[in-house]
Ligand binder design. Structure first.
Ligand code: KG4
Ligand code: ZN
Length: 365
C-alpha cells in the first residue's frame, strides 16, 4: 500500500511517499520519498515561527514539494520517475499552528478529491511516536548498543518544540501517558535559552554546537522535578535560572560572552539529566524491554548517546530514528496513517485543524 503524507504543522513543508506493508505486530515501511522544505531562514530574523508567514510559505511550497516527490527518481528504480499512484492520502490535523495546519489540510483535501482517494487525518504526536518504526539507514552493526527491535512493554519519550511526553506502551496501539511537561517543553526551553544567549532560531542545534565547547559541570543549574515522584516534567524554572545567572554575571561583561559555552553545556546537561533519569525510572518500574526516543530534541547528541548507553547498561533495547526523522517530516505522518488504518476500532480524526490536539491514553486494536 502506498501512502502520500503531508505535514505543515509548524515551519517545515513536507511531503512523503511510503510503501507500507505488514500487520500491527510488525509494520514495515519503505520511504520512497521524504522531501522537507524548511522555512527556518524566513523565521530566523523574528527569533521564532510567525504563524502567518508560515502559512504563506506553506501555500507557496506545497505544489513545489509535491512536484519534487513525483518528478525525482525513486531509489532502486533507476531512470523511472514516480507516477501519481497512491492508495491513501494522509495529513497532519494537529497539534500545531492552525493557519499552518489548514494549508496542508486544504491542499490534501484537493488532492484526495482529484485522485478520488480517502484522506486520513493524523495526530502529529503519533507521527513522532511512530517515527521509531521507520527503517534505519545507518545501522551501526559494530555498535553493540544499536538495537532495532521494538519489544513491549516499552517506554517512549517524545521530546519536541511543543511537547515533552513519557508513555508506557504495552503494544504498538496501547499506551498510557505517564507524564508530560507542566510548563515549557524541552525544545521550547532550548529555544528560549538560545535566545537569551543571542543564538539564532531554532535554538536546539545552536546550543548543542556551543555546548561542545563548554564544560557541562561548570554551572550547577537546577534539575526541576528530578526527585519528585511521578513522571511530570518542568523546564521553566531551569530557564529562569539561566536568566538569573546571566543577569548576575552582567558585571563581567564583555567576559559574559565567553561564559556562553559553559552556560550552554551546563543547561543542556541539566535537561538531559532530567529526561534520562525519569525515563530510566519508568523503564525500571514498568520492566521495559525497549526505550524509544523521538521528536525534534531527539536529534540532540548528548541526549541520544547518553540514553543509548544507559539503556544498554539496563539491557533494554534502545530505538531512536535516523536524524532525518527526528525533526518534523511527512514520512512519520505516513507511518502513523498506516498504523491507524490497521486499527479497525480506532476513531478517525476530523479533517480540520486542531491546534491543541493532545495525545491521550489509547487502547485499541
Ligand atoms: O519535533 P520538532 O521538529 O517540532 C515540533 O513538533 O515542535 O521539534 C523542534 C524542536 C525545536 O525546539 C528545536 O530547537 C529542537 O526540536 N531541536 C533540538 C535539536 N534539534 C532540534 N534540541 C536540542 N538539540 C538538537 N540538536
Ligand atoms: Zn514535531
Amino acid at each position: 500500500m502506498k501512502i502520500l503524507a503531508i505535514e505543515t504543522s509548524c515551519d517545515e513543508t513536507s511531503i512523503a511517499l511510503l510503501e507500507c506493508r505488514g500487520g500491527l505486530k510488525s509494520p514495515k515501511f519503505k520511504v520512497l520519498k521524504n522531501i522537507v522544505s524548511s522555512q527556518i531562514p524566513i523565521h530566523r530574523p523574528f527569533g521564532g515561527v510567525v504563524p502567518n508567514l508560515a502559512k504563506r510559505e506553506h501555500i507557496k511550497n506545497l505544489p513545489l514539494v509535491l512536484r519534487q516527490v513525483f518528478k525525482s527518481k525513486v531509489p532502486g528504480r533507476a531512470g523511472k520517475s514516480q507516477k501519481l499512484k497512491v492508495d491513501y492520502i494522509a495529513v497532519t490535523v494537529g497539534p500545531g499552528l492552525e493557519p499552518a495546519l489548514w494549508t496542508g489540510i486544504n491542499f490534501a483535501e484537493a488532492l484526495a478529491n482529484k485522485l478520488k482517494k480517502l484522506l486520513i487525518g493524523v495526530n502529529h504526536m503519533e507521527g513522532h511516536l511512530y517515527s521509531n518504526w521507520l527503517p534505519l539507514k545507518q545501522q551501526k552493526t559494530t555498535d553493540k548498543r544499536q538495537q532495532t527491535t521494538i519489544k513491549f512493554p516499552a517506554i517512549a519519550l517524545i521530546v519536541s518544540g511543543g511537547h515533552t511526553i513519557l508513555l508506557h506502551m504495552t503494544s504498538i496501539t496501547k499506551w498510557t501517558k505517564l507524564g508530560e511537561t507542566l510548563d515549557d517543553a524541552a525544545g521550547e526551553a532550548f529555544d528560549k535559552v538560545a535566545r537569551m544567549l543571542n543564538l539564532p532560531y531554532p535554538g536546539g542545534p545552536e546550543i548543542q554546537k556551543l555546548a561542545a565547547k563548554g564544560n557541562p559541570k561548570a554551572i550547577k543549574f537546577p534539575r526541576p522535578m528530578l526527585n519528585k515522584p511521578g513522571y511530570e516534567f518542568s523546564f521553566s524554572g531551569l530557564k529562569t535560572s539561566v536568566l538569573y545567572y546571566l543577569r548576575d554575571h552582567q558585571s563581567l561583561r564583555p567576559t559574559t560572552y565567553d561564559l556562553r559555552p559553559d552556560i550552554a553545556a551546563s543547561f543542556q546537561q541539566a535537561v538531559v539529566d532530567v529526561l534520562i533519569k525519569k525515563t530510566v525510572r519508568a523503564a525500571k518500574e514498568y520492566k521495559a524491554k525497549s526505550i524509544l526516543l523521538c521528536g525534534g530534541v531527539s536529534a540532540n547528541k548528548a541526549l541520544r548517546e547518553t540514553l543509548r548507553t544507559t539503556a544498554y547498561e539496563l539491557r533494554t533495547n534502545f530505538i531512536v530514528p535516523d536524524f532525518e526523522f527526528n525533526t518534523d517530516n511527512a514520512a512519520m505522518i505516513a507511518a502513523a496513517a498506516y498504523i491507524n488504518l490497521l486499527q479497525k476500532n480506532k476513531k478517525r480524526l476530523k479533517i480540520e485543524a486542531q491546534g491543541n490536539l493532545n495525545l491521550g491514553d489509547q487502547d485499541t486494536n
